[in-house]
Design a protein around this ligand. Structure first.
Ligand code: PLP
Length: 383
């Protein structure tokens, strides 16, 4: 088919292949491949959505996002992220994904190099390529809690490097960047006059003594991406936002206007209710996710050949399967066929993901326990 060459080069992610295999085999699969939370949004969100429809918020909203939502976002950024922003620093978007796409399309010229971590959320490289950029990876160091390898970062910077794109808490490794690491990356970005894009999709999902740091609080040339998808279990509402300097927000607004045009009006009303009345919901959900994470990690570590560190954050665990003697794709297929558990092969997330699997915490505690039982039986019978 005569589609654009840049799209032609890009394939659908392999996660779909695993889902196809699981659906073909059928039966009672434990589905741990999902990049979503299993909760339903809080009552206040559902009520606000219906109210918005009934009150006639069914037309195009305002250009940057509704004033009351932007006001609420600014308060939140001040209170939680140590960021002092004005309304002209915010652009409400159709989810974190569209926010990323708009930012990358606005910043990148053909041939610009964008530094991303490896392992990395598998949507980053295609998004960069579609914007005309070239992704260059820097390892997350498995011997150092999956922190970015700073020496490698320094070596990867060339005169074509434009952006460092980071994601903390990280999908898929579950690592949360330390303050020190954020400071080091900021220093390097400053020295080379680079943008940092900080994807903070999972900022609320932080466990134990770990703390989320917004890099924008230490480096001005940062574009922050936030979303309502995971925080308030609103992934279907498709709502997120960008925080950046006002000059850039103007340009991002142009890109948004000629792509998504506006973010959903009714979702914005629901998101405002979530911010005003959903904090107890978030606290309880994150507590449950931490419990699930602890049970899943302990369960995986009880299985011969699997080793798993506790996730510091995100909604995933990231066990090493290197002792099983199979590639990550072989292991994921094996688990679908023999254990009826669906996971994602680590290689989907880059070269450094090989020998790992990603398992989602977005399934109930009972299903997590069932999944562990099944994986244990299948793996230990094989060994
Ligand atoms: N960033 C990361 C790291 C993600 O994992 C996801 C979704 O899984 C997104 C951004 C985008 O999600 P949404 O568009 O629903 O905000």
């Amino acid at each position: 088919m005569k589609i654009s060459t840049k799209l032609n080069k890009i394939k659908f992610s392999g996660i779909g292949e695993m889902v196809k295999l699981a659906n073909k085999i059928g039966g009672d699969m434990v589905r741990m491949e999902m990049g979503d939370v299993d909760y339903s949004p809080p009552r206040c969100v559902k009520d606000a959505l219906l109210k918005a429809v009934n009150e006639g918020y069914t037309h195009y909203p305002t250009f940057q996002g509704y004033d009351d939502l932007i006001e609420s976002i600014i308060k939140k950024l001040g209170k939680e992220n140590n960021l002092s922003e004005n309304p002209d620093n915010i652009l409400v978007t159709s989810g974190g994904s569209m926010a990323l796409f708009v930012v990358l399309s606005t910043l990148i010229n053909p041939g610009d190099e964008i530094i991303i971590p490896d392992p990395v959320w598998c949507h980053f490289p295609p998004m960069i390529e579609l914007a005309g950029g070239i992704p260059h990876t820097v390892s997350l160091d498995s011997n150092n809690k999956f922190e970015l390898n700073i020496d490698e970062l320094k070596n990867k910077i060339t005169n074509k490097t434009k952006v460092i794109l980071l994601n903390t808490p990280n999908n898929p490794t579950g690592a949360v960047m330390s303050r020190k690491s954020c400071e080091e990356v900021s220093e390097i970005a400053k020295e080379h006059n680079l943008f940092i894009i900080a994807d903070e999709e999972y900022e609320k999902f932080v466990y134990g003594n770990n703390k989320h740091t917004s890099i924008a609080s230490m480096y001005d040339n940062t574009v922050t991406i936030q979303s309502f998808s995971k925080t308030y279990a609103m992934s279907g509402f498709r709502l997120g936002y960008i925080v950046a300097n006002s000059e850039l927000i103007k340009e991002l607004g142009k890109m948004n206007l000629y792509s998504a045009m506006y973010a959903s009006s009714i979702s914005q009303k629901a998101a405002l209710a979530a911010m005003n009345n959903g904090q107890e919901f978030v606290k309880n959900m994150v507590k449950e996710f931490e419990n699930r994470m602890n049970v899943l990690v302990d369960g995986l570590n009880s299985i011969d050949g699997i080793e798993c560190a506790k996730s510091q954050g995100s909604v995933y665990v990231w066990p090493s399967i290197s002792k099983l003697g199979m590639s990550s794709i072989e292991t994921a297929k094996f688990l679908i066929e023999k254990a009826k558990v669906v996971t994602v092969a680590g290689s989907e997330f880059g070269k450094n993901g090989e020998r790992y699997l990603r398992l989602s915490l977005g399934v109930s505690m009972n299903r997590i326990k069932e999944g562990i039982k099944r994986i244990k039986e299948a793996v230990e019978n094989k060994i």
